[in-house]
Design a protein around this ligand. Structure first.
Ligand SMILES: C[S@@+](CC[C@H](N)C(=O)[O-])C[C@H]1O[C@@H](n2cnc3c(N)ncnc32)[C@H](O)[C@@H]1O
Length: 208
């Protein structure tokens, strides 16, 4: 048994619907590794359980895996807005959202987060940044004024497969995006922050 198998077998189960989505994605989609998966899905759900956010924003839906996991823990009347630029994912996402008992808590927006975020008339308690790595600093600037004081931003992939420690060519725009985001977060005194070395790195950012 690997350590990962041990962790998963001593944590909550993945859940029937996320597991079905996960299998479907691995059989039918390109790049299924982009979805959060069992461990991170349960962690995101746990954050929602603990923080009891009324308004959640997810930037980068992909299959809706993390969306479903977070929605499981949202209370009555709470809502998650999730943004996805690739309209070809809409049918896949809705197939699973519509099977969820929590579907009324999920609002899918198809389009570019850079255009959609300014249009959202909400104050968020929790934000999950998980879209184009090149644009992390821009997503952060757009979303920060919409996050309430005491609210939490989670940013995924902030260790980017360890590339943050490597010599990166100028052409590797994704790694440069992550590096510049991490530097921006380090310098920002309006927040408290910590990088969890979970999976590909998950940064927790708390607004003072
Ligand atoms: C890593 S996947 C999201 C995984 C999902 N959050 C999860 O945890 O299961 C990133 C997604 O962001 C989408 N994306 C990239 N740039 C975007 C943008 N500017 N606006 C909205 N979505 C974007 C991609 O199409 C892709 O589906």
């Amino acid at each position: 048994m690997t350590l990962e198998e041990y962790i998963l077998s001593h944590s909550d189960e993945e859940g029937e619907l996320p597991a079905a989505l996960n299998r479907d994605a691995h059989v039918n989609l390109l790049r299924p590794r982009m979805l959060s998966g069992h461990l991170q899905g349960r962690i995101l759900k746990m954050f929602c359980r603990m923080l009891r956010p009324r308004r959640v924003l997810e930037i980068g839906t992909y299959t809706g895996y993390a969306t479903l996991c977070m929605a499981e823990a949202l209370e009555e009347g709470a809502m998650i807005h999730t943004l996805e630029i690739n309209d070809e994912m809409e049918d896949f996402i809705l197939k699973y959202v519509n099977r969820s008992p929590h579907k009324d808590k999920i609002q899918l927006h198809i389009g570019d987060a850079m255009k959609l975020i300014p249009l959202l008339d909400e104050t968020f308690d929790m934000v999950f940044i998980d879209a184009d790595k090149r644009l992390y600093p821009e997503y952060y600037d757009l979303v920060f004024p919409k996050l309430r004081r005491g609210g939490l931003i989670l940013a995924d992939n902030t260790l980017w497969d360890g590339k943050v420690l490597e010599n990166i060519p100028a052409s590797d725009k994704q790694t440069w995006g992550i590096l510049s985001f991490n530097e921006k977060i380090k310098q920002d005194e309006r927040i408290e922050k910590v990088i969890l070395p979970l999976r590909d790195g998950l940064t927790m950012i708390w607004k003072k």
